[in-house]
Every structure is written in C-alpha cells, then in structure tokens.
Design a protein around this ligand. Structure first.
Ligand code: BGP
Length: 477
C-alpha cells in the first residue's frame, strides 16, 4: 500500500488577478482580466474594449492582496500551509507585453511576496499565465492568434525564471489551457488566449491555431526553465472534468472517448510531446491551413513537462446524437447531459468525488508522470451566523470526500502525487461569474458582489478543519 509523500505539499491556490487588486499600481499594465465586467444573475461576464465608467470591474480591486499580503501570508502560516499556489501577473512585469525591459517595481513585488512566504517555510508554486495576458497584446496582435506572442511569452518566462530561480522551484505554464476546447463559450477563448472571435470567423479553427502557439510557447518555456535551473519542476495545468458515457450504448462510449480526446489532447502534447493522430487527421480533413511547422513539432517533443498539474471540480456525462458524423466531433454545449446519479452545486457543477480518482488514473496510465492537484473546492454562498462566524460544514464535506478519493488513488492505485492545493482558500473574485459571493475560502473576506465591505479577513470552520488535515498529513479527515 502506497502512502502520501512525507513532504506532501498541502497548500492553497489563488490567481493574481482574482485576489491582488492594485490593477494600476506599481506600474502594472491592463490585463484581459481588467477589461471584464462582473456577471450577474445568470448574465455572463462581458468582454469590453476598455474601462467603461459605472461598470463593475471586480478584478481591479479584488481583495487587495497587493496591499494586505504581509498579514495574509501570516494567516496562511497559521493555517499551516506548506505551499502557496499563485500566478505572476504578466502585466506587472511587462505592462504592455511587448517591451524589452521588465518593470522593476513589479519584479520587486513578487520578490517581496516570495520572501515573505519563504520566511514561514511556505513554498511558492507559480503559474506563469493564469487566465491573463497584457490587453495590449490583444489589441495590437490579436492575442495568441499571433505567432509573435510566443516570443513575448518566452521572454516573460525567461525574465521571471532568472529572477526567482533561487526562490521558486515549482512552476506551471498556462492555467487550464484546455478550457478553450469549448469554443461555444467566448469567455474561455478570451481568458485562455486573448482571442475574440468576429462574426463569420471559425472559432474552432482559431482555437486550434492559438492553442498550438501556446503549447509551443509552453514547451519552449520548459526548455528555457530547465537551462536556468535544472531543479525546476515545470508542469502543465489541465482542467480535468471526466466525461462519462451517458449509457452502456457503445455509441455513447465512443462519444465519451472522443470527448475526452477533445478536452485532453493538450495533455498529449504537453506531457506526451506529440499531437494525437485523430486530431492531426481531423485538422487535415477540415482543410485548415494551420501554421504548425515541423520545427514546432520538434519543440513539442523536446519540451515535455515534468508533472501534470490539474484542477478538479466535477464530472459530466455525454450522449451520442441520433446521427453521429464519422468524426464523432464533441461539442460541449450540445453533447453533455445531466448525470442522474450526481447532485450539483448551485452553479450546476456536478459533485463527484470518485471522479477525482478516475481522472488521476486516466492521467497516470497515459503519461506516467507525478501529479499535482492544484485546484479543488466547493463554491457556495456563505452565511455569517449570529455568532459572527461562517459554519461551512458543506465545504468540509466536499473536501473530505475528495481527499479520501485522492488518498485511494495514492494508496491503492500507486499514483505519485506531489501535493494538493484547494482553490480560493481565501475568498476571492470568481473567474466564471466575476462575483465575490461564489466563495471557496477557509478565510472569509468581507466584501460583497457590489464591492462593499471592510476587506476584513476571518476564519471559517473549514480553516480549523484544514489546519488539522495538514498537521496530520491527511490522516485525520
Ligand atoms: C478554475 C480556475 C480558477 C477558478 C476556479 C473556480 O477554472 O482556474 O481561476 O476561479 O476554476 O471557478 P469559478 O471562479 O468560476 O467558480
């Protein structure tokens, strides 16, 4: 029977634009996150072309971690965190993205933050681009539609790898790079790639081109990073949402297979170093003249990641259409059906702890690499009770059940797992809704959807529970 590593990285995860605020402080430029409005009552977030007076731009101030990081890191130390996953805001380092020289004030901010973490023995785990890139690269270059952005990104990567080579060991390139596989939701392409699809354009083709440049950039970053410090561990970051067949009908089973292939080819490329045959064939059959060169394919082979980082929140089920085309093309907005065996959160995210073990086995059998669960958690509307505290037993239940499955994957299935960092362990702006009140935290932050509140931090019940989980290395759940 296997067991959790002795130095298992129990931690917490956040992303720069969802908690830092200070969107125009310290020389920072405008990022794609800064031009997105908050959604409300089922209305999705809007992608704007700038800052519209009177609109709610929740990422501008977020929870002002930029101004509170010292006190916050002290709280993280109280919680007992072994690691802290955040991202570097690309726009703090290169405000426009295409400069030669970095912004020293931005570099200094992360130096100070990493020093503060290391002071308490908390290891930084850093994502280079978490749903974020300079907005200037969108307006001037079309975001990741443009091959030039590979150079801008690798320059950014090289600068931060060099600067923090003695402070940061664990890195990831692009957050949830595979979310953009769902081209029916414009939000994903914009946050992943800084791409806006114009009427009449083929979103799918554009996605495959942009994603190709990103995987090439990611593979180059892996090579650059290893040269700067051979001890770096540089991972992929994949959103794992297992897609089950809706029934035992072989057509549903093949549909689910194609759905998994469509969502996870990014892992084939980043961890396996090559495109899967079905996709190369599909792209050829479409007659797309994609800019994918032989030299790029060599880069992909030479820049395989060291580990699979992934998020896990839910699973889905898919059903074949009556007249499936030979391609069995998977379209998320059409092919997903409700799984009657599962309950869902208020946002329709189906709760499936065992799906975590399934996803881990799926990755393990394909790539034989260490894994790192870098997001997992339960978004809910918390209520402050009469005693002034949040009693979030529902959150503890969710996490306990998922950690149990994670342990089975390690102990029974023999999977090598580096760590576990629950998402949004301090309340922050939701990426999907842009709201504050979809909360994941163990630490409550006094701020509501309208932007009102004192920003005061306080401990929820889940804080004390997780503190004990870490203390007992997961023995006491
Ligand atoms: C992942 C993202 C995070 C995050 C989380 C929860 O997709 O990597 O940035 O926010 O999901 O999603 P949401 O905030 O929409 O509830």
């Amino acid at each position: 029977m296997g067991h959790l590593r002795k130095d298992f990285l129990w931690g917490g995860a956040v992303a720069a634009h969802q908690l830092e605020g200070g969107w125009n402080k310290g020389g920072k430029g405008v990022s794609v996150a800064d031009v997105m409005t908050a959604g409300a009552n089922g209305v999705p977030r809007q992608i704007t072309d700038g800052v519209i007076p009177g609109k709610n731009y929740p990422n501008h101030d977020a929870i002002d971690f930029y101004g509170h990081y010292k006190d916050d890191v002290k709280l993280f130390a109280d919680l007992g965190l072994k690691c802290f996953r955040t991202s570097i805001a690309w726009t703090r380092i290169f405000p426009n993205g295409d400069e030669e020289e970095p912004n020293e004030e931005g570099l200094q901010f992360y130096d100070d933050l990493f020093d503060e973490l290391l002071k308490y023995g908390i290891e930084p785990v850093i994502t280079l681009s978490h749903f974020e890139m300079p907005y200037h690269l969108v307006t001037e270059y079309g975001g990741w539609r443009n091959r030039k952005v590979i150079d801008f990104f690798t320059h950014f990567a090289e600068v931060v790898f060099k600067r923090y080579k003695n402070k940061v060991k664990y890195w990831m390139t692009f957050n949830e790079i595979n979310n953009q596989a769902n081209t029916a939701v414009p939000f994903f392409l914009f946050t992943n790639s800084g791409v806006e699809v114009k009427p009449g354009e083929d979103a799918e083709k554009i996605m495959y081109q942009a994603a190709h440049y990103e995987v090439v950039a990611s593979a180059l970053a892996v090579q650059i990073g290893h040269k700067i410090n051979p001890d770096f561990q540089i991972g992929a970051m994949i959103a794992m949402v297992p897609l089950y067949p809706a029934s035992p009908d072989p057509r549903d089973i093949f549909k689910a297979e194609r759905a998994m292939q469509t969502r996870y080819w990014f892992a084939d490329v980043q961890a396996g170093g090559a495109y899967p045959t079905w996709l190369t064939q599909y792209q050829q059959d479409k007659g797309w003249d994609l800019d994918i060169t032989l030299a790029d394919l060599d880069v992909l082979k030479a820049g395989k990641v060291d580990y699979i980082g992934f998020s896990y929140y839910m699973s889905n089920a898919v059903k074949a259409k009556d007249n499936e085309p030979a391609s069995y093309k998977y379209e998320e907005n059409v092919d997903i059906v409700k799984n009657p065996t599962l309950q869902a959160s208020e946002w329709g995210w189906q709760i499936d702890p065992q799906g975590l073990r399934y996803g881990m086995n799926w990755f393990n059998d394909r790539f034989h690499l260490p894994q790192f669960i870098v997001e997992n958690g339960f978004g809910a509307i918390d209520k402050i009770d009469a005693d002034g505290h949040v009693h979030d037993d529902y959150r503890v239940d969710y996490l306990r059940q998922h950690i149990e499955q994670m342990k089975l994957a390690v102990e029974v299935d023999g999977i090598d797992l580096m760590g576990y960092t629950p998402w949004g362990f301090i309340d922050l702006v939701s990426a999907g809704t842009g709201q504050m009140d979809k909360r994941y935290g163990f630490i409550y932050v006094d701020k509501n959807d309208k932007g009102e509140g004192t920003l005061k931090r306080s401990k929820k019940d889940s804080f004390y529970w997780y503190e004990n989980v870490i203390k007992t290395n997961g023995a006491d759940l």
